[in-house]
Design a protein around this ligand. Structure first.
Ligand code: HGY
Ligand code: MN
Ligand code: MN
Length: 421
C-alpha cells in the first residue's frame, strides 16, 4: 500500500540532492551525460525514490522521466501540471543545475499525490545541456513529441555514437521506453510547466532576494568554425610565409570578445574550445576548430550580433589567407514565459513572506521549449553563491533551496485546486 501523501522537510530535499550528486561525481564536480552509465544509474535511483514515496516513475522513448501517482496512467491520454527540470549536467559541472528542479518535482508530486484537482506530475528531462550531443534541448523537444526519426541517426556525439545507438543502452536497462518517436504523443499532456532552478548568476544574491520569477529566457547561437591554412615546419617557415590556423582562431576569439563588450550587457560571447592540428611544437598548425557562442535576450539584437560575428570571422580569415567554414551547430531563440503564472508566483511569494523579483534568465532552460510550444510555462530561481554555475564551485544554501521549494509547492497546490485536466 503506497504511503500517504506527506509533508516534507528541508532535509528531505537536501539529502536527496546530495544523493543525486553522487551519480557522475567527478571530484571535483559532477559529469552526468545523457544515457551514460551515471545518467542511467541516477535515472534508476530516481524511480526507486519515487516508488518509496508512493509514486510511479514512467520513462518515455527518449528517457524523459515522469513521476506520478500510480493511479494516473502515463499513456498520453491524460493531462497534468508538470514540475521539474533536467537530469544531465555539463562536464565537471555543479550539484544543483537541473538536479534541484528534478528533486523538487519529485517531492512536490509526492506531496500533492491524490489531492483533488489537476494532477501534478514530476518531470525529469533526459537532456538539456548540449554536453554530449548538440541536438538542441533533446529532452524538452522529445517530451513534446518534436523529434523526427531521422534525427536519431543524424545527431552524434564526439565519438560518432548516434542518438539512436546511445538510446539503445538506455532502452536495454529500462531508463528509456521502447517506443519510437513517431508513435509517441507526450506520455503526459502538459497543461502547464513549472521549472525550479538555481539562478546561475549574481543578481538574487547581490540584491539579497530569495526568489527570481523569470519573465523571459535569453537565446543563443552556437557555431563550429573550421579554419584551414598550411601545416609547415616551425623552424624554417618565415613568419611572413605562414597561414597559421591557430593564430587565426586566436584572433577570432578576441574578435568575439570585443564584439560582445562593444555591444554591452546583456550580450555575452564565449569561445568554449579551440582544437588545432596537428598539435606539435614543431609544426605550424594547418587546421583549427573553434566553438563560438553568442547570447542575447532580444531576438533582433542576437541576429545583429550573429551577422557581425560572421562578417568579422570571414574578414580575419580572408586577411590571413585561410579558408573558413562556419557551421551553426545549435540555437535557441529568446523566449518569453507566461506572465499569468509569473503573477501567481509573485502572489504566492508575497503570501509566504518570500522576497522576489522578476528577471531575465541568461541561461537556457527546458521551459523555453515548452513555452515555445504554447504551453504556459514558468521558471523560478533560487540564489547561486557568487553567481557561480557550470563549475564544481556551484552552491546554494539549504535554506534558499527550501524556500524556493516552498513557493513551488504552494504554487502547484493552488493551481491544482483550480482543477482543469
Ligand atoms: O547553456 C545553458 O544555458 C544551459 O545551462 N544549458
Ligand atoms: Mn540547467
Ligand atoms: Mn546548465
Amino acid at each position: 500500500m503506497p504511503t500517504a501523501a506527506r509533508e516534507f522537510t528541508a532535509h528531505d530535499l537536501v539529502s536527496r540532492l546530495e544523493s543525486l550528486s553522487e551519480f557522475g561525481a567527478t571530484h571535483p564536480g559532477v559529469t552526468r551525460l545523457v544515457y551514460d552509465a551515471s545518467w542511467r544509474a541516477a535515472h534508476r535511483w530516481l524511480r526507486t525514490e519515487a516508488e518509496t514515496l508512493g509514486l510511479a516513475g514512467t520513462p518515455d522513448w527518449a528517457g524523459n522521466l515522469f513521476l506520478h501517482d500510480p493511479a494516473f496512467v502515463a499513456d498520453g491520454s491524460r493531462a497534468a501540471l508538470l514540475v521539474g527540470s533536467h537530469l544531465d549536467s555539463v562536464v565537471r559541472g555543479g550539484r544543483y543545475d537541473g538536479a534541484y528542479g528534478a528533486i523538487a518535482g519529485l517531492l512536490i508530486a509526492a506531496a500533492l499525490r491524490g489531492a483533488s484537482g489537476t494532477p501534478v506530475v514530476g518531470f525529469v528531462t533526459a537532456e538539456e545541456e548540449d554536453s554530449r550531443f548538440h541536438g538542441g534541448m533533446m529532452g524538452g523537444r522529445s517530451l513534446l513529441g518534436g523529434v523526427s526519426e531521422d534525427e536519431l541517426d543524424e545527431v552524434k556525439d564526439a565519438d560518432g555514437t548516434s542518438w539512436r545507438e546511445a538510446l539503445a543502452e538506455a532502452r536495454a536497462d529500462g531508463t528509456a521506453a521502447a517506443q519510437t518517436p513517431d508513435s509517441s504523443r507526450p506520455l503526459v499532456r502538459p497543461l502547464r510547466v513549472l521549472e525550479l532552478h538555481i539562478e546561475q548568476g549574481p543578481v538574487l544574491e547581490a540584491e539579497r532576494l530569495a526568489l527570481g520569477i523569470v519573465t523571459h529566457i535569453a537565446g543563443y547561437r552556437r557555431w563550429r568554425a573550421r579554419f584551414d591554412g598550411d601545416a609547415r615546419h616551425s623552424g624554417t617557415t618565415p613568419m611572413s610565409h605562414r597561414r597559421d590556423a591557430l593564430v587565426c582562431s586566436a584572433e577570432v576569439v578576441l574578435a568575439l570578445e570585443s564584439l560582445a563588450r562593444e555591444h554591452g550587457e546583456p550580450a555575452v560571447g564565449t569561445a568554449g574550445r579551440i582544437a588545432a592540428g596537428p598539435g606539435l611544437f614543431n609544426v605550424v598548425p594547418g587546421d583549427s576548430d573553434v566553438w563560438l557562442e553568442l547570447r542575447h535576450s532580444d531576438h533582433a539584437a542576437l541576429d545583429r550580433l550573429s551577422r557581425e560575428l560572421e562578417e568579422r570571422v570571414a574578414a580575419i580569415a580572408n586577411r590571413r589567407g585561410l579558408t573558413v567554414s562556419m557551421e551553426l551547430v545549435s540555437s535557441q531563440a529568446p523566449q518569453p514565459l507566461d506572465s499569468g503564472l509569473a503573477d501567481r508566483a509573485e502572489s504566492v511569494a508575497r503570501d509566504l513572506g518570500v522576497s522576489s523579483r522578476r528577471m531575465v534568465s541568461g541561461a537556457a532552460h527546458d521551459t523555453m521549449v515548452t513555452a515555445r510550444a504554447g504551453i504556459p510555462s514558468l521558471l523560478l530561481f533560487v540564489p547561486s553563491r557568487a553567481g557561480i554555475s557550470h563549475s564544481p564551485d556551484e552552491h546554494t544554501e539549504p535554506e534558499a533551496l527550501w524556500t524556493g521549494f516552498r513557493v513551488g509547492l504552494e504554487l502547484c497546490r493552488r493551481l491544482q485546486a483550480e482543477g482543469g485536466a
